[in-house]
Design a protein around this ligand. Structure first.
Ligand SMILES: C[S@@+](CC[C@H](N)C(=O)[O-])C[C@H]1O[C@@H](n2cnc3c(N)ncnc32)[C@H](O)[C@@H]1O
Length: 189
């Protein structure tokens, strides 16, 4: 069972506003008439809450029912689905913006690759993909409350190589607020 099932809405009290600015910046570039997929949306606080009113369609994906229970209380007018990230290939339609803030990096590398291959298929040409992960190849642990969580990074050059092979072009990589390393890609047209 995901440790996030034990965390649930208690996550919100420790969650800062980090990430909102980066995600809203992408929305500004793409415009408000867009469909957005949030991978590992958690409780929806603060990102889905701030971003979903600014777009046409918003769907959060998470594999923890208790995080989604909190999401449904926190976020109005936004859809969500209980799903493992690598299974997003079953989601219908084409999407303008797919992102994963502090979430895809929890997946072992093979699962990240499966998820990213599916992201490429779900994105419209010119659609954008943003995620946070380590800059260097790494496997480490962190904590969420009293629980230990794992993080895995392929490292910058391997992410770029893998996503380029999935028909995605690098837009930018950089450290953002809270020392999150942000990767931005665009689906080739
Ligand atoms: C650190 S929280 C980040 C939540 C949110 N993105 C935020 O910025 O506050 C990571 C989230 O990823 C979800 N998650 C972890 N592994 C997942 C997986 N394999 N499939 C779907 N969601 C997953 C967890 O349940 C949790 O809600």
């Amino acid at each position: 069972m995901s440790i996030y099932n034990k965390v649930g809405s208690t996550y919100d009290s420790a969650r800062s506003k980090i990430g909102i600015k980066d995600i809203l910046h992408e929305v500004e570039i793409l415009g408000n008439e867009i469909k957005v997929l949030d991978l590992g949306c958690g409780t929806g606080h603060p990102i889905a809450k701030a971003v979903s009113p600014n777009v046409k369609e918003y769907c959060g994906i998470d594999n923890s029912q208790s995080m989604l229970d909190a999401y449904l209380k926190n976020v109005q007018n936004a859809d969500c689905k209980l799903l493992e990230m690598p299974d997003i290939k079953q989601i219908p339609g084409e999407w303008d913006f797919i992102f994963s803030w502090g979430a895809i990096c929890h997946l072992p590398i093979e699962q990240q690759k499966k998820t990213m291959a599916a992201v490429s298929k779900l994105l419209k040409p010119g659609g954008r993909f943003l995620f946070t992960s380590g800059k260097e190849m790494d496997k480490c642990t962190g904590t969420v409350g009293k629980y230990t969580v794992h993080h895995y990074s392929m490292g910058r050059s391997a992410y770029i190589g893998f996503l380029t092979a999935q028909r995605m072009e690098l837009v930018d990589t950089r450290f953002s607020e809270g020392d999150f390393y942000v990767y931005k890609f665009r689906k080739s047209t």
